[in-house]
Design a protein around this ligand. Sequence first.
Ligand SMILES: NC(=O)c1ccc[n+]([C@@H]2O[C@H](COP(=O)([O-])OP(=O)(O)OC[C@H]3O[C@@H](n4cnc5c(N)ncnc54)[C@H](OP(=O)(O)O)[C@@H]3O)[C@@H](O)[C@H]2O)c1
Length: 261
Amino acid sequence: MGEALLSRLIARKLYHPNTVLVSEPQTTRREFLAETYGVQVTSDNRAAAAASEVWLLAIKPQVFETVAAELAGIGETNLEGGQLPVVISILAGVPLNRLEAAFGDQPVIRAMPNTPATVGAGITAIAPSKTAQPNHLKLAREIFGAVGEVVEVPEQLLDAVTGLSGSGPAYVALMIESLADGGVAAGLPRAIASQLAIGTVLGTAQLLQQSALHPAQLKDRVTSPGGTTIAGIAHLEKAGFRSAVIEAVQASYRRSRELGS
Ligand SMILES: NC(=O)c1ccc[n+]([C@@H]2O[C@H](COP(=O)([O-])OP(=O)(O)OC[C@H]3O[C@@H](n4cnc5c(N)ncnc54)[C@H](OP(=O)(O)O)[C@@H]3O)[C@@H](O)[C@H]2O)c1
């Protein structure tokens, strides 16, 4: 996810490569990132933090405490124009209160991007700490705007965001796989079935986004009396499709709350 952000921030010229310093423990990854994106690299998190006015944390949540301990106190020694460096965290399940406890008075923004960000089609929810100012939110919007859409929510809604847009790509992938399997069962070659399934989901999402139609209106428009689509919908309803999806989002939301507490 860090590389997805890096690649698009550089490609879209939001940051010049000379102004970006990536801290990465593995030598081969460091060399790859320096060569591919022209950014500066280090294996020293403290050096990276001491030199930067924006700290973008893209480590696994399991190493958060270790990295936070390494960075303790560096913010105060790095006052750029009298401003403490802003911390932007994409770590799932690490709440603002833990980030605030780790980084003192530094402004903090928590963000929850999703996997389509890797192709620039993500959607990210951002939640600011009390110390974050409008300029910090603007910065976060610019950063995550490089990999897709951005919405702002209060932190208490981030678990619900995880349940929907965080886990959602897996649900949609399951739907696409099932559509393709259905096509194969009905006699289509696998490659064509997969292409049709992906194209159908992508096209339907674009149609809903661009037309602002309610999904129920779109469904009504493609179901003719006694036709093929209503026959398929009757099966989905019998199998509890809607409640399965609703409950999947709720189950992910609950799990996200459990992991964060
Ligand atoms: N992937 C997603 O769709 C997604 C969505 C929302 C949020 N997130 C969040 O994004 C974060 C990164 O996830 P990911 O899937 O991109 O994981 P990842 O590919 O494993 O990336 C983690 C990065 O942190 C580096 N790292 C490990 N230990 C470090 C240390 N002590 N100091 C500095 N860097 C260190 C890793 O380097 P090595 O590879 O060399 O170990 C790796 O480059 C996670 O907190 C996750 O919760 C991910």
